[in-house]
Write a protein of this length. Structure first.
Lengths: 300, 790
């Protein structure tokens, strides 16, 4: 559980008197070879599924990532059924559903990628997911919040230890994609050690469905809080424990700079794809079951 | 074997006491004449025989000599010496009161000890700071700061500005035993690491042992910071205080029964919140931000042979945001000490203490949705100790300690839509015990202090002991079994022998060589994986999965005084080897995790370095210069490909200069300058994309592969005292200070992140950059007014 985020609020107040500051600076980084990255988060819905293969780049290289275009990508289901993903020349590989699904809960899937002469593989299971029964809305004027309408879900974790979820929120069709809007759960809580099996999601998770205000609210891509007429969509994706660990590290690393003097050391994410060559492969293969609910925000 | 050792020791003690029987003893207390405070480390010296004694932590001295008439000189630096002609035919008790030196210019600022103590004393790797010196040093926001002051000593480092605690010779912050009147203080900071919990108005003496730790101290690997509180003026009522930028302070001391009993009560409170209130909008107006501490000490002299001291401390930091959230933490300690003289030469002290650190966090303002969380550590201890002054050249100390610990790793209750969920972890219990024997022996040009500490730790029920399975290196180990233990049942025990040895060889009156070896064991550990430790970090006992930390350290030193002890020079080299240091897997869950031990890694450490210090004690200009060349490394299975890597507080060069210039009786200028090599940190090499997020990755050499820029800083302080007239009771002084004079933005750390924290539109290019975090980005001027009434 990361309490450091809350601590940071406290530190900011201390910092008012301490005039701390942050400035961009130039630093020299060690060079490193590009690594193959697999971005394979697919699901069991009856829709086209896309896997993206890219190369990592040096940290200060601000170009778009380069796709790996000449790979072959298949997903093999436990019963032997093979799904072929066809490349579009940009690094994206798509399986066309034609109204079918790739599988159902408890199916096992194996990813096989042949890229740059290396065989990459990964195995995962399509895990179960609880139903998002309904989305609630309320008006809040609490301390530290912009006065306005906020949404919440009261979903209960499925009984049995070790379910992991990624809760994704879309406001008027736009995915809330800030790093501090990443909402993942281990059972009903933050992590495996907290014993929250079978509970209703704990409040911070139930509530992290609301857009976080941008530092620059006039920005064209700013997403303000909900107003009547907005459509809120909440999806719960079941993810594997490996994918959960990956996302936990990813989120911590993306938010680490907010922790100021309480930052943790840089940690590499650990994916679940391996290469026959023994080279490190970045990224995750996950097949999610998705449950979703939508609500039009009412006048209060 | 053990029996034989005991037998030999006892017969040695017995024969020594027989040999000493024909002698007579002069003993007593050495005190400050102005307020009756006992003086620690003052000397009594028998001129004719060339032997002497140093007063102990309670101001007590004892010298046994052949009967005769002697001239005894009592001295303490900064005070006028007193020479008494004493006819010693029988045991004599002589209490001496020394007066502060007449000429202010001659006041010794660096140390308050015997003049040639640097050279003649057995102690090495020890720094003593008297509170008068600390008070004169320029400081952040004008607040007199004990912990930040010791960070200017050789061998002491910190991970950065504002970080709590300090690192001694490559040790982590939990390897320092910080004692306030013998009770451990588990978190020594207010406002994270900016201010320490010690109120300078109540502190008498500060001593830091970095090595050569005598057997009477134990429980931590790297250092002992021994802070002793004042006893209280037993002559007359006096008070002092100050108004500063952060704290206001007030202390009152007075005799209760003249020359028998006195007290001191000292308090501080910050008032940022009070000052800020008018400027905050309505809902921010409910913000609470304050910290305070209160120190009380009293003593009572029952007879010439019995005296008790009772001291207590409470301190708390409070943060609150209306009803929505609150966070507070603090320490509490209580110490009861009884000094008893069994004979003229056998001094006894028993200390009973209680110490507690805890924090509370709460969220939520209604009964339907709330989260309350608290955690802490409590301990109770008794510590009897005998000091036997056999003769001026032979002192024995022996005693023991018992500690009972209660660890509260986290009690958390979440109420969600009225449904209550309990995430609490069960308390853990442990007992620690130690016995020790220590002998200080003068033999011609040699002086020895050697001894043995035998320590024992018992991790107790009730509780559940988990066993963990295998996992790839550096990854979480899954729990595979558990066993339940009843209350008081022993889950795991550890015993460790800790030999300690120091020797001084005096080459001349002005020169000596010293060497020391120590082995130390540590049974409790602070669980923290952030750069700076946070107030929510919890302590954990050694368990069936966590072994006690161990360290061996050797140090060699050369000590030389010049110009009639006006200049003191010392240089030391040390090597320290550490085993079973606690470390953690990447992304460890260290809070509210019942399987926390599965996230622990067991590591080794080593530290070595060269320290130099030159002090000038007298004259208009005084001060000291320190330089340390050091290396501190860690090796942990599962981190950095199992290779050695520099620790986060490794500083190759650490130079500091502290100087004082007294223009006249009223005006003193002080300055600090520090230059410190950049500390290591881990930089990424690459970035990759996953689900639209841009993630840093280190494909290179691993942990702490790059250094942040060097740190340097200059501070000035100016103290202007009011005019002093004979008989004037009220005295005031103004202290002006400027911290970070040339506004250097020293890096605390460097972060790598997208150049905006704003939302990124789909298909928008993501720019990543390096950002330097400077905790203090500007020069900080401050004014403090201090006053005292005698």
């Amino acid at each position: 559980m990361k309490i450091s985020h809350y601590l940071y609020i406290v530190l900011i107040i201390g910092a008012i008197t301490m005039n701390s500051c942050e400035d961009p600076i130039d630093v020299q980084l060690e060079s490193a070879d590009a690594l193959i990255t697999v971005d394979a988060w697919i699901n069991g819905n009856a829709e086209d599924q896309t896997i993206r293969l890219t190369q990592s780049q040096t940290y200060f290289d601000n170009n778009f990532t380069k796709g790996i275009t000449d790979a072959s990508v298949i997903v093999r289901r436990g019963d032997g059924e093979v799904f072929e993903f066809v490349g579009d020349g940009s690094g994206n590989y798509t399986w066309t559903s034609g109204g079918n699904t790739i599988g159902k809960v408890d199916d096992i899937f194996k990813l096989e990628v042949n890229a740059n002469g290396d065989m990459l593989t990964s195995e995962t299971k399509l895990n179960r997911v609880p139903i998002v029964d309904s989305i609630y809305q309320e008006f809040l004027d609490d301390f530290g919040l912009v006065d306005g309408i906020y949404i919440e879900i009261l979903t209960r974790d499925l009984p049995g230890v070790g379910d992991t979820y990624w809760i994704k929120t879309f406001k008027n069709g736009v995915f809330l994609n800030r790093a501090d809007e990443i909402n993942i759960a281990y059972d009903a809580g933050f992590d495996s050690g907290a014993e929250t099996d079978g509970f209703v999601f704990i409040p911070p998770i139930r509530f992290l469905l609301n857009p976080v205000e941008d530092d620059n609210p006039t920005d064209s891509i700013n997403i303000p809080s909900y107003v009547p007429g907005d459509i809120a969509r909440v999806e719960i994706h079941s993810i594997s424990n490996d994918a959960f660990t990956f996302m936990e590290t990813m989120r911590d690393q993306l938010l680490n700079s907010d922790n100021g003097i309480f930052a943790e050391p840089l940690a590499n994410t650990r994916g679940n794809v391996t290469a026959s060559s023994g080279n490190t492969v970045l990224g995750v293969f996950n097949v999610a079951a998705i449950s979703a609910s939508e609500r039009v925000i009412d006048e209060l | 074997m053990l029996k034989r050792t005991i037998y030999l020791t006892l017969s040695l003690l017995f024969s020594l006491s027989l040999a000493a029987q024909e002698k007579v003893t002069i003993n007593g207390y050495i005190k400050d004449a102005s307020n009756g405070e006992t003086l620690i480390g003052a000397t009594a010296y028998v001129t004719e025989l060339g032997v002497g004694a140093t007063s102990n932590e309670y101001g007590f001295y004892s010298i046994s000599v052949e009967p005769g008439t002697y001239q005894v000189e009592f001295a303490y630096l900064g005070f006028d010496s007193q020479i008494l002609k004493i006819d010693l035919t029988e045991n004599t008790k002589t209490d001496v009161e020394l007066s502060v030196g007449g000429i202010a210019i001659e006041e010794v600022v660096v140390t308050g000890e015997a003049k040639d103590k640097n050279v003649t004393d057995i102690e090495m790797s020890v720094n003593k700071m008297d509170i008068a010196t600390i008070q004169k040093m320029p400081s952040l926001l004008g607040e007199v700061e004990i912990i930040r002051s010791i960070q200017l000593l050789p061998g002491v480092t910190t991970v950065g500005e504002g970080a709590t605690g300090f690192n001694v010779r490559g040790g982590s912050i939990d390897q320092n035993l910080v004692l306030l009147d013998e009770a451990p203080v588990y978190n020594s900071s207010h406002l994270f690491g900016f201010f320490s919990v010690f109120n300078p108005d109540a502190v008498k003496d500060v001593k830091l042992y970095k090595g050569g730790i005598p057997p009477r101290y134990g429980g931590r690997l790297s250092s002992i910071l021994d802070v002793r509180m004042k006893e209280g003026n037993n002559k007359n009522l006096s008070f002092k205080g100050g108004i500063g930028s952060i704290f206001s302070r007030f202390a009152i001391e007075a005799p209760i029964v003249k020359d028998k009993s006195s007290f001191i009560l000292a308090g501080r409170r910050s008032y940022i919140d009070i000052l800020a209130k008018p400027f905050l909008s309505d809902d921010l107006g409910e913000t609470v931000l304050n910290f305070y501490d209160l120190t009380l000490k009293t003593n009572y002299k029952f007879s010439e042979k019995d005296r008790i001291f009772l001291s207590g401390y409470i301190g708390r930091d409070n943060f609150g945001f209306g009803d929505a959230a609150g966070f507070n933490w603090g320490n509490g300690t209580g110490t009861l000490r009884w000094n008893h003289l069994f004979s003229d030469r056998l001094f006894f002290n028993n200390t009973l203490y209680y110490s507690n650190y805890d924090y509370q966090i709460s969220f939520g303002d209604d009964s339907e949705n709330a989260f309350d969380w608290n955690a802490g550590i409590i301990n109770y201890s008794t510590k009897p100790e005998f000091t036997w002054f056999v003769n001026p050249k032979n002192i024995f100390r022996f005693g023991g300690q018992g500690i009972y610990y209660i660890f509260e790793p986290g009690n958390a209750i979440g109420i969600s839509e009225g449904e209550s969920q309990d995430f609490s972890l069960p308390s853990k219990y442990a007992a620690e015990a130690a016995v020790y024997l220590e002998n200080e022996l003068d033999y011609e040009a040699f002086k020895f202090n050697y001894g043995l500490r035998l320590s024992y730790f018992n991790y107790l029920g009730e509780g559940t002991a988990y066993t963990f399975g295998e996992a790839p290196l550096g990854q979480r180990r899954p729990p595979i079994g558990s066993e339940i233990f009843d209350s008081g049942e022993s889950i795991q025990t550890y015993g460790r022998l800790e030999p300690r040895f120091s020797v001084r060889y005096q080459l001349s009156d002005e020169t000596s060589l010293k060497a020391s070896y120590m082995r130390t064991a540590q049974y409790i550990h602070l669980v923290s994986n952030t750069t700076a430790s946070t107030p929510v970090d919890v302590w954990t006992p050694s368990t069936n999965n966590i072994e006690p930390q161990m360290a061996d350290q050797v140090a060699l030193g050369y000590f030389r005084n010049f110009d009639d002890n006006n200049y003191e020079f010392s240089t030391e080299v040390y090597f320290k080897n550490m085993k079973h240091l606690v470390d953690y897997i990447d992304d460890a869950d260290l809070l509210l995790n019942q399987f926390i031990e599965g996230d622990f890694l067991d590591g080794d450490g080593r530290a070595y370095g060269w320290e130099v210090q030159l002090k000038k004690n007298k004259g208009k200009f005084s001060g000291w210069l320190s330089y340390t060349l050091a290396r501190t490394e860690r090796k942990v299975e599962g981190i950095n490909n199992n290779e050695w890597y520099p620790s986060r507080f490794d500083q190759t060069h650490n130079f500091s200069l502290t100087g004082f210039y007294e223009f006249n009786d009223r005006l003193t200028l002080s300055t600090n300058f520090a230059y410190i090599s950049g500390t290591p940190t881990t930089f990424p090499t690459s970035r990759f994309e996953q689900q639209g997020y841009v993630i840093p990755h280190n494909a290179g050499t691993g942990r702490n592969n790059v250094r942040i820029p060097d740190y340097h800083r200059l501070d000035f302080g100016l103290t202007l005292k009011g005019k002093d007239k004979p008989g004037k009771k009220f005295n005031g002084e103004w202290v002006f200070s400027v911290y970070n004079v040339y506004s250097r933005r020293n890096a605390f750390s460097i972060f790598f992140k997208p150049d905006t924290t704003d939302r990124i539109a789909p298909n928008e290019q993501v720019t990543t950059e390096a950002v330097r975090l400077s905790v203090i980005g500007n020069f900080i001027p401050a004014i403090t007014y201090n006053f005292k009434f005698n």
